[in-house]
Design a protein around this ligand. Sequence first.
Ligand code: XMP
Length: 511
Amino acid sequence: MQHNKVLILDFGSQYTQLIARRVRELNIYCEIHPFNKIPTDIDSFKAVILSGSPSSVRAENAPHPDLSKIRGQVPLLAVCYGAQYLSHFSGGLVEPSNTREYGRANLTFIKENEPLFNQIEVRSQVWMSHSDTIKNLPTNGTLIASTTDVENAAFTIEGEQTYGIQFHPEVYHTTDGKQLLENFLVHIARVEQDWTPQSFVEETVEALQEKIGNDKVVLGLSGGVDSSVAAILLHKSIGTNLYCIFVNNGLLRKNEYESVLAQYEGMGLNVKGVDASARFLDALAGLSDPEMKRKAIGRVFIEVFDDEAHQIKDVKWLAQGTIYPDVIESVSATGGPSATIKSHHNVGGLPDFMKLQVVEPLKALFKDEVRRVGASMEMDAAILGRHPFPGPGLAIRILGDITAEKVRILQEVDAVFIDNLKSWNLYDKVWQAGAILLPVNSVGVMGDERTYEKCVALRAVESTDGMTADWVNLPYEFLQKTSNEIINKVKGVNRVVYDISSKPPATIEWE
Ligand code: XMP
């Protein structure tokens, strides 16, 4: 089935992904494309949204795409820079504004019964973030809303389903933003709300069967949500032609390798566990620089995975649990800061190296949608709710060089912390948690003996996507009990601290 779909043209705004999320929350499928790569099959989209941008329309190298195949042909909602560019493109005038407007503003409606503002209260709060302003509306433009500082806050073009709005409907602080998007997409553009996890599963299974036929596929399982959901989708599509490989790099949580492997087997997956701990530890010996550690782990992973994959006769495809934010970053119009922050997170190199065709069934989904898809396939909540865990594992939570003994200590500490979070019903309230082994010894006293042992830090954060995060205010009693238990149970540790730094300026991991 061909979904109703919406095109979001990205001019490089930090909020473009948020527009996509809001549209998807309405159960409408959408795709983000960079402004300079407008799809040729524009008729297959039921509506188009133009994003904001850090640029000024008047700047020489600002994004200036040809909108003639879109404007007046497909329902169009232009947001912030999008609205300014739409005006500039269509006979209006954009100028620097005398009063810059950032943050909160309130709408006054100029035109009665405007469908874009259906069910939206007068004085509704909107969020502004711009320094240019639309001085003259485009040809045939009609003003529909203003704010105190911005006269041309929203307009429509007569005879067309074309709208421009200076504010951002996608951000949380625009109180009726979702209603406005619903008004535009559902009531004006008449896009059907047919994007659901169930329909996604049905269509993806069909599409995978068609694409892969009787070929064999190899997939690397990590124990995380994305690769697990990708595996189940492929398993539904091609059964035992899916060969999963789960590599133990020796840097997983305590007992994680055995328990996750058993869980996968219980799900009926054709999975082979490969214990390569020793190989990873050898490669890490003597390395203390975080990036060198990441590179060594990435390299050994590729070697181990490649060895295993080549034992599968005639394997043709490599499946990956890539999700939408990864895809968007690689096609983003301007790159943007998020691309740099995340670059070190990807193991990378696998597809090119292995010369297999790549299949990525989750490529169109956001993380929360991956979870919803998993739930609709009745996957275990324990897998879907598992905290994110970095690919290099405990290697980036042991500061400095890595030894088997340090891994053992950290696994023990981490297990006490995580088990306690679970038994205190705190695990699901925390986005990510773990322990960090610090490269310092400190003096303590146990019995009548002086000790000189390791210090560990505990970290628990709240976040939505890992890009920003704040430390969690865990109950003192919980910290007290956990700290006691760690020091009593884990030989080699005599001090526990709790990390109270947010991201930014800190990061979630210490390395
Ligand atoms: P930071 O430390 O950058 O982490 O605030 C943000 C999120 O990314 C995870 N992370 C990684 N994941 N390989 C991964 O697969 C890595 O090298 C890596 N470094 C950080 C981190 O656990 C958090 O969820």
